[in-house]
Design a protein around this ligand. Structure first.
Ligand code: IVH
Length: 736
């Protein structure tokens, strides 16, 4: 059978077109759900767009085949409604933890002591693996599965019945007989390594998201709004406990779990009954030995008092049973070698070293990269100069022990010095940016007086790595917010030389044919990759996608609409270090125009003592002044900024002074901590209302707005008879 999905639209027969529309409707709906409801897109935007365009083209050619559920008739998916809440009649508890054999001895001793008056007592325990998944509670009424819920916060979970129904290990009807009229079976939903790897491979082939570890993936799979997605993940379930029930399933924990097996559940084959600490620890060692061959993550062994009667007597502490404990395994480790050390450069120029490792599986997850944080870390010191890894440095060629603990990102815990190649040399952290060649320096932290542990590229806008990140920032939401010019497009345009600095964005329309070609090439590249991954080929590479120019017009329009941005957005968009949105608006308000900010910035940069030159502005401290000096003192930025300002004309910041406000003409001082607004916001607001804001209280002060913690200013105002009001009074007065 030929692959329909790659057959050109004009070659499709009518039944084929019909089948294709059905396939696309389902695939687009699934992608919508993944994107809009689960925040977990499974295909790239480009692949999604291609599907929609193919759908449109087929509909155009076969208008009578348009389906009722056609994606062209709807935009996106309805908003996620979330899952219904389920209150657990018996809370779902967590477990106390033991890390050492002594902790286990303590647990048993506590139990023996608790029951010491009961001389004939023969206390027994169970030991079983602690599965690293998500717990779920399954309600069976008269042997029929009627509702399933997540643990949630232990008291209230979410109703995920439909998703749990797709798990083969969860019986829809209990087998055998003798089950309580109503019982909540509890256990762990998990994903095997094999399933996790298969999903990762499928996702990589379709350019979809990456998955971090089996546990998180199982969690995501369980919370799908579309149960068919959960079904495709082949989750598994072990039963090990129960919640509300009309009768005890058995007299002991061990027998109860055997009953679960009879009723059709999977139960851990590694569960045993034991009488002594030695037996429990022996089982711990045995399970630990088998850990790597189980095919799924476990993170310890759970010991429970066997007799339910004794469980009830021993009881609970907050959120945990006293009669159970989880004996944790140490984090899983593996040995591998460092092939290379790469340096990545971020937006602010930080040089981030990453060790590329010979791929190694740690607890079922393949690890190929680990962050090395910074140059001191590589040398074997933390940020306080204290030795880590016993002060041993990391070299290319080194054999290293890496560790992965649950959700924690993998890290190097030890260098195997005996295996260090004789020619291995200490790693020389670059003093130049590997991307642009500018000096990379370590700054002195103003507050601590210490050298920053990170080395930063000083190339700023001329550094391509920083430039791309800077451009991404420039068009982002809080900055110029140019719709349709996302990170992917920025990277593409940058790599093709179509956009180098922000100014180029505004002349992009002049390079329309090249832009079009870049977009088309990317689409082709992606299509080829998909083909290669799926092993399918397309007969005809020319497709309807190439004919779609509308998007481009929209993009150019969106760019044009941002030629006169608000000054504060523009300042923020420049991506000057330490200048976030708040500081940007303080600067906008203070200097009113970009020209003025540049003038003052340059004057400050040229001064011997910049802090003495820069006007004292509430909310602008030494760090910001230094960042401004760096930016305006860097000649390379002059040119970039000049070209940008030829294209973009930030609106002067206008303070709309309302002369008729009740505070117009008054001198106001703010003191203490304000709860509803920042100090700079308060100042701006007062100024807009025509008031003058002063920093200290004097006889000229008309109003003191005092928040909690007001001190000397409040005292002085009281002495001078100045009117003192609260923040709430202020809002009432100005009518906000
Ligand atoms: S018994 C009252 N048994 O561990 C005790 N829990 O830290 C209820 N878990 O939320 C739990 N394997 O998700 C129990 N064999 C096992 C387990 C197990 C994994 C998880 C479970 C629970 C968490 C508590």
């Amino acid at each position: 059978m030929t692959d329909l999905s790659s057959k050109p639209v004009d070659e499709l027969t009518e039944p084929e077109a019909d089948a294709e529309l059905a396939r696309l409707a389902a695939a687009i709906a699934a992608a919508d759900i993944a994107y809009h409801q689960n925040d977990a897109p499974e295909i790239t935007d480009a692949a999604y767009d291609a599907m929609r365009r193919r759908n449109d083209a087929i509909e155009e050619a076969f208008p009578h085949l348009v389906r009722e559920d056609s994606p062209s008739l709807s935009v996106g998916a309805p908003p996620a409604e979330g899952f219904a809440k389920v209150r657990h009649a018996v809370p779902m508890l967590s477990l106390a933890k033991a890390y050492t054999d002594e902790d286990v001895v303590d647990f048993i001793t506590r139990g023996k002591r608790f029951f010491e008056r009961d001389r004939d007592l023969d206390i027994a325990f169970t030991a079983e693996p602690k599965i690293d998944g998500l717990s779920a509670s399954l309600l069976y009424e008269n042997g029929v599965f009627v509702r399933g819920a997540t643990r949630g916060d232990g008291a209230v979970g979410e109703d995920i019945t439909a998703n749990l129904r797709t798990i083969k290990d969860i019986p829809q009807k209990l087998k055998g007989s003798g089950w309580p009229a109503s019982i909540e079976i509890r256990g762990e939903v998990y994903m095997t390594y094999a399933e996790f790897q298969a999903l990762k491979a499928r996702s990589a082939a379709s350019g979809g998201q990456d998955y971090v570890n089996p546990r998180n993936t199982a969690a995501g799979s369980l919370r799908q709004k579309d149960a068919s997605v959960t079904a495709s993940r082949n989750l598994k379930f072990f039963a090990y406990a129960w919640g509300a029930t009309t009768e005890d399933p058995a007299a002991t924990q061990y027998d109860a779990v055997q009953k679960f097996a009879e009723w059709g559940f999977q139960v851990s084959p590694l569960m045993v009954r034991a009488k002594s600490v030695d037996e429990l620890i022996a089982q711990y060692r045995l399970i630990e030995e088998q850990r790597s061959s189980l095919g799924y993550d476990i993170d310890g062994v759970v010991y429970k008092v066997d007799q339910l009667e004794l469980q009830r007597r021993w009881g609970f502490v907050t959120g945990e049973p006293r009669w159970a404990v989880a004996h944790k395994f140490p984090a899983e480790q593996a040995t591998t070698t460092v092939k290379r050390i790469d340096i990545q450069v971020g937006r602010t120029g930080t040089l981030a070293p990453v060790a590329r490792l010979e791929p190694v599986t740690v607890g079922g997850v393949v690890v190929e990269n680990v962050t090395l944080h910074n140059e001191d870390y590589i040398k074997g010191f933390d940020s306080n100069g204290m030795p880590i890894r016993e002060g041993v440095d990391i070299r290319i060629g080194d054999t290293v022990v890496i560790q992965r603990a649950g959700d924690v990102i993998p890290q190097i815990v030890r260098v195997v010095l005996e295996k260090r190649p004789p020619d291995a040399v200490p790693y020389e952290f670059p003093h130049e940016c590997p991307v642009c060649g500018s000096p990379a320096t370590r700054e002195i932290n103003e507050k601590t007086g210490k050298e920053d542990s990170r080395r930063r590229c000083t190339g700023e806008l001329i550094c391509p790595a920083q430039a791309v990140e800077g451009l991404r920032h420039f068009v982002s939401r809080g900055a110029l917010d140019i719709e349709g010019l996302g990170a992917e497009n920025i990277e593409l345009f940058f790599s093709k030389g179509l956009v180098r600095t922000a100014a180029d964005i505004f002349t992009l329309h002049e390079r329309r044919p090249a832009v079009q070609q870049a977009l088309a090439e990317r689409r082709e590249g992606q299509a080829k990759q998909r083909e290669a991954a799926s092993g399918k080929t397309r007969k005809n590479v020319r497709s309807v996608e190439d004919r779609n120019y509308e998007g481009l017009d929209k993009l150019f329009k969106a760019i044009d609409e941002r030629r006169e941005p608000e000054l504060d957005r523009f300042i923020f968009a420049l991506g000057i270090r330490h200048i976030g949105e708040t500081t940007a608006s303080v600067l906008a308000r203070t200097f009113s125009t970009m020209e003025e900010l540049i003038r003052v910035g340059k004057e400050t940069a040229a001064a011997e003592d910049p802090k003495a030159v820069f006007p004292s502005v509430d909310g602008i401290g030494g760090t910001v002044i230094e960042a401004l000096v760096d930016f305006f003192g860097n000649e390379r930025n002059d040119d970039v900024l000049e070209r940008l300002l030829q294209q973009v004309h930030p609106k002067p910041y206008v303070v709309n002074v309302s002369a008729d406000s009740v505070v117009a003409g008054k001198t106001v001082v703010f003191t203490g901590s304000l709860e509803k607004m920042s100090r700079s916001e308060a100042k701006a607001m007062a100024e807009r209302l025509g008031a003058k804001v002063a920093g200290s209280v004097s006889a000229q002060t008309d109003i003191l707005v005092a928040g909690p913690g007001a001190g000397s200013k409040l005292k002085k105002a009281e002495e001078l008879g100045v009117e003192v009001i609260s923040e709430d009074d202020w809002f009432e007065r100005v009518g906000k």
